[in-house]
Design a protein around this ligand. Structure first.
Ligand SMILES: Cc1cc2nc3c(=O)[nH]c(=O)nc-3n(C[C@H](O)[C@H](O)[C@H](O)COP(=O)(O)OP(=O)(O)OC[C@H]3O[C@@H](n4cnc5c(N)ncnc54)[C@H](O)[C@@H]3O)c2cc1C
Length: 503
């Protein structure tokens, strides 16, 4: 299908002929398979590259006039960035990629949607500042991670989720109106997400984002933190075979293995009570082995050994402002680990972190996890208390072996991460497995397992899969969350009665 000539002419008049395309070779790249979906998306009828909020607002009005659906896209890493039906267009934000301001004094940065972590993070780091850059890696859009998707990162123990750091937002509503939230409403600048009157913060983003289905965000401000530990780091080699070091006596990394998830929970709680360490995280052993190896062959060589050495790894980064403070935190850490029965992993393996300190800034190697079969399924990606997350890990062990032992899903039953936030006041989780996107049977098993997982969560009142998006599937999960999905559907009906923003 293609756009009516009238609609095309009006859209082209907004962005200019050079920033709209209906060429098949351009459209083809935007109906591609994404890592979670093994089939191609319907083709967009056109791709537009708007250059300003005014252009986005005009495009949205034209879409309403002609009943065209539109979808925002930066990297297109996830399926919701593509069309789900015909008569749709994609708005690609690669032209809107400016860092508009970095305010080191009041600690915030104002950005457009096309700004990637690789662009913003080095700039703020040079100023001794930092922010919670989603673990997806350098290519992810900062604005999308803060406003439209989850944005989870490894370092949330000593900081928090991006949700907590989102300040003013400029957004084009589905009727084409331009909305400015927080302190922007009163022309007071970007520093605050709230202003007099009802807050719109959770319309933009609650626990996770709405994947852009309630409006297109054209600018936002994110709060910056002072760097924990040294701001400087040293790089060696070329990506993806590079190494990143922090040569400082204000930084040290330790990795421990545990046998019981309750011990992990106790260790995190005690460290959090003492408010020590910058990053504490129970990481998953399968992606870790993939990140620590250079090829699928090397993975298969190392996996039998690594899965025995660190089936339940607790990764700890101490990042302080003085060597004395680091020594103090190390003492507490080693006491806690002893009390909770952790054991340090062999030094030659632990050294990998010292050579890959990007893990604690922007994780450069995460995409290598797609090496095994090209697809992955992250589930149980919600947040609750730390203890609840650890209990859910135990519950999962009661049924996951039915699938791993039968060879239906990858045999890594403990592949579950727990990221404590705000010194363990709550925690997010993720159960992840890799599957072969070219194998239809693998897809069916993946679907069977995720359905079972969802049923178990509902039965056990496990608050681990925050409901994302719209429709019947998420409404079932919404039952665990005070039916917030019904309220979200009402907000969608009110803001976008024509459903021009694709769901
Ligand atoms: C290997 C891998 C690892 C990942 N790890 C993580 C992780 O650790 N943490 C994490 O949070 N996510 C992770 N993800 C999920 C996801 O890929 C990231 O959140 C990613 O940053 C999204 O890509 P993007 O930023 O370019 O947005 P896109 O994929 O282009 O878009 C994401 C969503 O945002 C919407 N959107 C785009 N622009 C706008 C806009 N201007 N206004 C409103 N909505 C908009 C899109 O329509 C889409 O629904 C991972 C994905 C993969 C494949």
């Amino acid at each position: 299908m293609s756009l009516s000539r009238e609609a095309y002419r009006e859209l082209a008049a907004v962005v200019g002929e050079q920033y709209i395309s209906e060429d098949d070779f351009i459209l083809a790249g935007n109906r591609a398979q994404t890592p979670e979906i093994p089939f191609a998306h319907p083709s967009p009828d056109a791709i537009l590259l708007p250059g300003s909020v005014e252009e986005v607002a005009e495009i949205v009005k034209i879409c309403n006039k002609y009943g065209i659906e539109y979808i925002g896209n930066v990297t297109g890493c996830i399926p919701t960035a593509y069309c789900t039906r015909e008569n749709s267009i994609i708005l690609h934000f690669k032209r809107m990629n400016k860092i508009l301001e970095i305010n080191a004094e009041d600690r915030y940065a104002v950005i457009e949607p096309g700004v990637r972590h690789v662009q913003l993070y080095p700039e703020v780091r040079k100023l001794g500042l930092s922010y919670t850059a989603a673990a997806v890696g350098p290519g992810g859009s900062v604005l999308v991670n803060f406003c439209a998707t989850g944005g989870d990162h490894h370092c949330q123990y000593g900081t928090s989720r991006p949700t907590r750091y989102l300040l003013g937002v400029e957004m084009v509503l589905p009727n084409g109106e331009i909305l400015r939230t927080g302190s922007l409403q009163t022309d007071s600048g970007w520093f605050c997400p709230e202003s007099p009157g009802p807050s719109l913060r959770s319309i933009v983003k609650g626990y996770s984002g709405n994947s852009g289905k309630l409006g297109i965000i054209t600018k936002c401000a994110v709060a910056l933190d002072r760097c924990k530990g040294p701001a400087e780091f040293r790089a060696e080699g070329l990506s993806p075979h590079h190494k990143i070091y922090m040569d400082s006596d204000c930084s040290s990394v330790y990795v421990f293995n545990y046998k019981s998830i309750q011990d992990v929970c106790d260790a995190i709680t005690k460290l959090g009570e003492a408010e020590t360490c910058a990053t504490v995280q129970k990481y998953f052993y399968l992606p870790l082995t993939l990140m620590m190896t250079e090829s699928a062959n090397e993975f298969w060589e190392k996996w039998p050994e690594y899965k025995k050495i660190f089936p339940m790894p607790l990764v700890v980064h101490i990042a302080t402002h003085s060597a004395r403070e680091r020594e103090y935190e190390e003492k507490i850490l080693f006491d806690v680990v002893e009390e909770t029965h952790g054991t340090r992993i062999p030094r030659e393996i632990e050294r990998w972190w010292e050579e890959h300190m990007d893990y604690f800034m922007i994780v450069a190697r995460l995409q290598s996890v797609l090496r095994l079969g090209g697809s992955w399924l992250p589930i149980k990606t919600g947040a609750e208390s730390l203890q609840h997350m650890c209990d859910v890990y135990d519950q999962t062990q009661t049924f996951i072996h039915d699938y791993t032992n039968a060879g239906k899903i990858f045999d890594a039953p403990a592949n579950y991460q727990i990221i404590p936030m705000e010194y363990g006041h709550f925690a997010s989780s993720e159960l992840l497995f890799m599957w072969d996107r070219k194998d239809p049977q693998s897809f069916r098993y993946m679907a069977e397992f995720s359905q079972r997982s969802k049923e178990e969560d509902l039965k056990n009142h496990a608050y681990v899969m925050a409901p994302y998006g719209f429709g019947k599937a998420v409404q079932e999960q919404g039952a665990l969350y005070s039916h917030c999905t019904d309220w979200l559907a009402r907000v969608k009906d009110a803001l976008d009665p024509n459903y021009t923003l694709d769901i």
